[in-house]
Design a protein around this ligand. Structure first.
Ligand code: MTE
Ligand code: MO
Length: 439
C-alpha cells in the first residue's frame, strides 16, 4: 500500500451529508441553511427525505394486533417495548470524556454474540469520533518499508472472520473484596462481550512492511485523547492478531474503535487498542504507562506481576441470577457463558449445592477457541434455598478455581484477572443474591 489512496467508495457519499465537524447537528443544519443550503446531500438526499425512521415514541401496542395495521417499515430496527436491555454505566455523573466503563447486560442475553450496541465499553478519555477520510494507520520502526494505510487500503487486503470475546482485565474484580449482596451478573462480570470480528490479520501487515528479523515487539497507539499505548510481542501478532474493521456485520462502532481496532484474541482488553493510528516495531517492550503503572499486580511477596496477557478460563450463570429470579419450584434451565483466553472451553459443570456435587452442563453450539460458549443445564428446583455455581475447564486442562483458592494465591493487593467461581444464592422466594459477600 502506498501513501496515495484512491477516491473513497461511492457508498460513503450518502453518509457525508450527515457528517459535520466541530458543530452539533443543530448548529450544522443552521449554518447550512444560512449558506443557502449549499451543502452536498449525497445521492439519496438527507435521511429525512425518506421513510421516517421509527423511534420508541412511535410505538403503539394495539389490543388485538390482528385487527390493527402494523407499524411502518423503518430504516433501522427497534427492540420490542417489552424487552428491556441496556448497558449499565459505572458512573452516570462522570464529566464528559472522563475515564469510564459500561457493563453488558449479561443476565438479559442468550447465545454468545453481544449485540454491538450492548458491547461493554471501556474508555480512558471518552469515545473518539473519527472521520475515516482523515485517518491513517502508520507502521514504522524496525521494518524495511515504513507505510501508512487508509481504511480503504486495509479494505483491499485479505481479511478473515473470527468470533472472539473481549474482556477487560478488571472484569469481575468485585470478587476480590467480596462484592455487594445486590451485585448482578452485569455489574460483576459485564466487562466481557463477544462479537464476530472481520478484518486484516496482522501477519499481512507485517509481511507488507517487511519486518526486521531482529524485531520482537511492537507498540500499538490509539488516536483518542488518552493516546493509549501498549506493547505486544511479535509472536502474538503472527499467530492470531487482527486489525478489525467490522463487528457483527457492520463497521465497528465508535465505542469499539471505529474505524479500526486491534483484536488480540484471548488477551486482556486493555491491549486491544481502539482508534488505532500507529504501530512501531522494536526489539523490546516499550514499557508504557498502561503496562507499568497500570495493568500490573502486586503479589503477597512484594513482587509485581507484569504482562499478564491471557484471560484465564471463567464462567458465570446468567439465568437465574440476581434480577432474573425464579417464579417458583419446578423445572428450570440454568443458563450461562464460559470462555478462556488460552483456548477452547471443553467442559462446564454446574453445582446447585454450593460445590458439594457437580454435574456436566450441555454446551450449546460450537465451542470456539478464545470465544464464549453458552451452556444450559436442566434443573428441578425443590423451592429450598440453594447455592448455584458453574465451573469451566478449557482444552489446556485448566480448571476454573474456587474463590478461596484464587484469593490464597493472589493475596490482598490484587485487582486484575479475577476468574474465581461465582456463586449465586437462590432464596426460597425465588430471588437471588451474590453468594460470596464477605460482610
Ligand atoms: N485507544 C484506546 N484503546 C483502548 C482503550 C482506550 O481507552 N483507548 N481502552 C482499553 C480497555 S482498558 C479495554 S478493556 C478495551 C475495551 O474495549 P471495548 O470498549 O470495545 O469493550 O479497549 C482497550 N483499548
Ligand atoms: Mo480494560
Amino acid at each position: 500500500m502506498s501513501d496515495e489512496h484512491g477516491p473513497e467508495p461511492a457508498r460513503n457519499e450518502s453518509e457525508q451529508s450527515e457528517v459535520h465537524r466541530g458543530l452539533s447537528r443543530r448548529g450544522f443544519l443552521a449554518s447550512a441553511a444560512a449558506a443557502g443550503g449549499a451543502y452536498f446531500l449525497g445521492r439519496f438526499g438527507p435521511a429525512s427525505a425518506q421513510t421516517p425512521t421509527i423511534s420508541e415514541d412511535d410505538i403503539v401496542v394495539p389490543d388485538d394486533p390482528t385487527k390493527t395495521l402494523g407499524m411502518s417499515l423503518s430504516q433501522r430496527g427497534l427492540r420490542s417495548p417489552f424487552v428491556h436491555v441496556q448497558r449499565q454505566i459505572n458512573d452516570p455523573n462522570a464529566p464528559l470524556g472522563a475515564a469510564g466503563w459500561t457493563f453488558s447486560p449479561l443476565q438479559d442475553l442468550e447465545g454468545t454474540i453481544t449485540p454491538a450496541d450492548l458491547h461493554f465499553e471501556r474508555h480512558h478519555s471518552g469515545v473518539a469520533m473519527i472521520d475515516p477520510a482523515e485517518h491513517r494507520l502508520v507502521v514504522h520502526g524496525m521494518v524495511q518499508q515504513p507505510k501508512q494505510y487508509t481504511l480503504w487500503d486495509l479494505e483491499r487486503m485479505p481479511q478473515e472472520s473470527h468470533i472472539y470475546f473481549v474482556e477487560c482485565s478488571g472484569n469481575s474484580l468485585a470478587g476480590y473484596p467480596g462484592g455487594d449482596a445486590d451485585s448482578t451478573a452485569q455489574s460483576i462480570h459485564g466487562l466481557v462481550s463477544t462479537s464476530e470480528w472481520v478484518g486484516v490479520p496482522m501477519r499481512h501487515i507485517v509481511e507488507d512492511v517487511g519486518l526486521d528479523p531482529a524485531s520482537t515487539w511492537a507498540l500499538f497507539e490509539g488516536s483518542d485523547a488518552a493516546v493509549m499505548t501498549r506493547s505486544v510481542p511479535v509472536e502474538k501478532l503472527m499467530e492470531d492478531a487482527l486489525i478489525a474493521l467490522y463487528q457483527n456485520g457492520e463497521p465497528i462502532r465508535p465505542a469499539q474503535g471505529y474505524p479500526m481496532r486491534l483484536i488480540l484474541p484471548g488477551w486482556e482488553g486493555n491491549m486491544q487498542i481502539k482508534w488505532l493510528r500507529r504501530i512501531e516495531f522494536g526489539d523490546a517492550p516499550f514499557y508504557t504507562k498502561e503496562e507499568t503503572r497500570h495493568y500490573t499486580d502486586r503479589l503477597p511477596d512484594g513482587r509485581s506481576r507484569q504482562f499478564t496477557y491471557a484471560m484465564e478460563a471463567k464462567s458465570v450463570i446468567t439465568r437465574p441470577s440476581p434480577g432474573q429470579g425464579l417464579a417458583g419450584a419446578g423445572r428450570w434451565t440454568i443458563s450461562g457463558i464460559a470462555w478462556s483466553g488460552r483456548g477452547r472451553i471443553e467442559r462446564v459443570e454446574v453445582s446447585t449445592d454450593g460445590g458439594s456435587t457437580w454435574e456436566d452442563a450441555a454446551l450449546l453450539g460450537e465451542s470456539r477457541t478464545r470465544s464464549t460458549v453458552r451452556f444450559h443445564h436442566p434443573w428441578e428446583w425443590d423451592g429450598e434455598e440453594a447455592m448455584l455455581m458453574s465451573r469451566a475447564t478449557d482444552d489446556t486442562g485448566y480448571v476454573q478455581p474456587t474463590r478461596e483458592a484464587l484469593l490464597e494465591v493472589r493475596g490482598p493487593d490484587y485487582t486484575y484477572h479475577y476468574n474465581g467461581i461465582q456463586s449465586w444464592r437462590l432464596h426460597p422466594d425465588g430471588t437471588l443474591s451474590n453468594g460470596y459477600v464477605d460482610a
